[in-house]
Design a protein around this ligand. Sequence first.
Ligand SMILES: Nc1ncnc2c1ncn2[C@@H]1O[C@H](COP(=O)(O)OP(=O)(O)OP(=O)(O)O)[C@@H](O)[C@H]1O
Length: 580
Amino acid sequence: MNNIRSTLATVWRIAAPYFSSEDKWAGRGLLAAVIAIELAIVYLTVLQNQWNARFYNALQERNWDNFVSEITYFSVLATVFIVLAVYQLYLNQWLQIRWRRWMTSHYLGEWLDHANHYRMQLQGDAADNPDQRMTDDVKLFVDRTLNIGVGLLSSIVTLASFAGILWGLSNAAPLHLFGQEYSIPGYLFWIALIYSVLGTILTHLIGWRLVGLDFRQQQYEANFRFDLVRVRENSEQIALLRGDAAERERLLVRFGRVVENWLAIMSRTKKVTAFTASFNQASVIFPYILVAPAYFASKIQLGAMTQTASAFSTVQGALSFFITIYRSLAEWQAVVNRLDGFEAGIVAARKLATRDDRVRVVEAGAGAIDLKGLALRLPNGTPLVNADGFSLRKGERTLITGPSGSGKSTLFRAIAGIWPFGAGTIAIPAGATLMMLPQRPYFPTGSLRNAVEYPAKEGTFTDSQISNAIEAVGLPKLASQVGEERHWNSTLSLGEQQRLGLARALLHAPNYLFLDEATASLDEPSEAALYRLVEQKLPQTTIVSIGHRSTLDAFHGRNVVFTRDGDRFALQDGKRAAAS
Ligand SMILES: Nc1ncnc2c1ncn2[C@@H]1O[C@H](COP(=O)(O)OP(=O)(O)OP(=O)(O)O)[C@@H](O)[C@H]1O
């Protein structure tokens, strides 16, 4: 019970924001229309049930006129029903896509807000496969929530409408057992109730394991898809290493989990289906058996008997709502858990950025980036780098060197404000623009123009500015192709990508440019030429480089070395440290 209550509370928390969002009027209007149509359909079912009695009585009495008028009446009911059914589905789908559009854009906004996606990764596996959560899970959530919610409401209203009919019929067709008549008020209703509650309990006992199995199925499918994407993204590496066979084996192992879990779902579903199918079949005949003695004792007409059967099956259908949608409920609960986990991941990522013991990046008026009492740590708390009273002065060109894994890139991450683990303050001049260029620059797929302008919006720079920058960094052939669309990260060599990364820096002309081995894939003369280009084109820019080559010394007035200091590293002005 607690479980149901907490699931419903979670559903409410996930679902409610849409209905108070900027799209609330469309959302509420569509929801109201869907519910109104559902209620109208229930009313039609009541009318059809009453028609049922009149129709079969007309048949039994061989009354042609009544038969014709009942057929006409039915045709009208059926036409209205068809129109309602068509529009209910149509409006339902309309609501689904609006709701889904809002949730997707809401989640995208939260996920991509101030590097939350990166901090979520730093926290480990708390919310695996966010891509799946924002696609399949949101789609299923909207679909299932609407259909289960409206279905539940419809069941309750149907139950209320038909309980009265069944009650009345119980009096008209009293219980006959072994020639004896028993008068039990509303016995047909009570039997339908007991029958359905028993069925529901048994279905749950047989099927509850499906919830966990469905949850894992979605996770395994997403893991498999993610690995396939990784192979596609790293296809060159894999081909060069002749890793095809290893990949195939690994992927098959991953897929093996999908199959194994699916087999468990199949076996469980088989049991649930065996029960629900038997239950549904028994329900067809059960009400006839109940009232047959009264009918054969000529206490009731054929019409009353078929009306009873129809009302009984409608009430039983409404009561067995849970059985009918058991699979959907299991899947729905799994989806709700996954979206809940995703939202919790976002909240935890945001907390990381605001917790008390974190690295603080503040805007301060001074003309330098000042590190005060900075102590960077790994996510597990292990100390990494200490820097106190250390400044990256304006206009200066600083080269940072140090052993591999000493925390050089992590210092850049902290300055960029995406590494929260640690303590201390990084003061950045107010309004200063920073740009980080890593060893492997990222280019979104699309036009070359877009790739170089990124993260600025398309159109921020003119085509001639873009092609000049591309030409300046030594890619004259590409300079004339700014409109070409490609997957730039997989088609350009790493050296070419690094040149293109520098073209991006030339265009944006940041106040501070951080180069984290951003030219390491170029030969030394090309690297030197690019550094000279940056010096010449960005004279106002403060440059901080991480690099291992001694040839870089010539372009930097200052050398900062990461040196070991007990269990961590410290920043020291001076000569290159010998590799430790
Ligand atoms: N997300 C993370 N989770 C756990 N440890 C991490 C994470 N990112 C980096 N580290 C660890 O932090 C340490 C410093 O990494 P960093 O990338 O800053 O080193 P680096 O000095 O730039 O090395 P290199 O010269 O090889 O690029 C390494 O031991 C690395 O394994």
